[in-house]
Every structure is written in structure tokens, then in C-alpha cells.
Design a protein around this ligand. Structure first.
Ligand code: HEC
Length: 114
């Protein structure tokens, strides 16, 4: 019985660790991220994200990008270009959250996210 419990806990620990992995942003943080993308990213990528100093970040423009590379560009920036890293402002899951939303067509600040 004791051995069964030990085996069970060995199996459960990774599951619990996964459940505690960095969570997706909560609703308030999502609103802050939408605002940040519209304001800060928009200053280079255009207020409509249709391009400016930086390229368009519309659903159409980003459709072919692998999600991992989009996340990496947002998190680490693109060295040697004006695209700065955002890792001081964002967690990696948050960068991925932004990348997913950009590929879906980024929400407006006024729209409820989710
Ligand atoms: C200081 C200006 C600037 C800001 C602010 C900025 N970017 Fe960029 N970004 C650029 C430039 C310039 C490029 C193109 C880099 C290159 O030449 O490859 C770029 C590239 C990108 C790309 C790759 C797109 C492609 O077609 O290669 C993504 C995705 C991106 N930025 C997302 C963001 C997000 C999200 C934010 C805000 C969190 C942001 N950027 C803020 C200037 C900026």
C-alpha cells in the first residue's frame, strides 16, 4: 500500500508541476497587454498595426510565420534591427499570447478580450 502511494506520487508530481507552469495572463493582464501592443508596438508597427517603421502585424501578414519564431521575435527582439526585445516587460507565455492574438487578428483595446 505504501509502495503504491510512492508510485502514485511519482506519477503525480510532473502532472502537478505542469499545472503550475506559468499560467496564461488573467483578464486584467490581458487588457494591459492589448493596450501595450496597441500603444507601444503601434508606435513602430502603425496604430492599426498595418506597418510603419516596422512591418505590418496583421493576421494576413503573419499567417505564414511559425508561432515559435513570432514569439521569439517579440521576446528577444531582432538584433541589428530597431525591433527591441520585450523580455523585460513580458514573460515568454505572454509573448506567445500576443503572437497567437496577432495571428488571429489583434483585438481592439475597447473589445473585451477572451
Ligand atoms: C522601435 C520600433 C519597434 C517597436 C517599439 C516594436 N517593433 Fe516589432 N519590429 C520593428 C522592426 C523595424 C521590425 C523588422 C525587423 C527586421 O528588419 O527584420 C520588427 C519586426 C517585428 C516582428 C516580425 C515581423 C516580420 O514581418 O518580420 C514582429 C512579430 C514584431 N516586430 C512584433 C512586435 C511587437 C509585438 C511589439 C510590441 C511588444 C513590437 N514589435 C514593437 C520595430 C519595432
Amino acid at each position: 500500500m505504501l509502495r503504491f502511494a510512492a508510485v502514485l506520487s511519482v506519477l503525480l508530481v510532473p502532472v502537478l508541476a505542469l499545472a503550475q507552469a506559468p499560467a496564461a495572463p488573467d483578464a486584467a493582464r490581458e487588457r494591459a497587454l492589448v493596450r501595450m501592443v496597441r500603444q507601444d508596438c503601434g508606435s513602430c508597427h502603425g496604430m492599426r498595426l498595418t506597418g510603419g517603421l516596422g512591418p505590418a502585424l496583421t493576421r494576413e501578414a503573419l499567417a505564414e510565420f511559425p508561432l515559435d519564431s513570432l514569439t521569439a521575435v517579440i521576446f528577444h527582439g531582432r538584433p541589428g534591427t530597431p525591433m527591441p526585445p520585450w523580455k523585460a516587460m513580458l514573460s515568454e507565455p505572454e509573448a506567445r499570447w500576443i503572437a497567437v492574438r496577432l495571428q488571429q487578428g489583434f483585438p481592439e483595446e475597447s473589445a473585451g478580450v477572451r
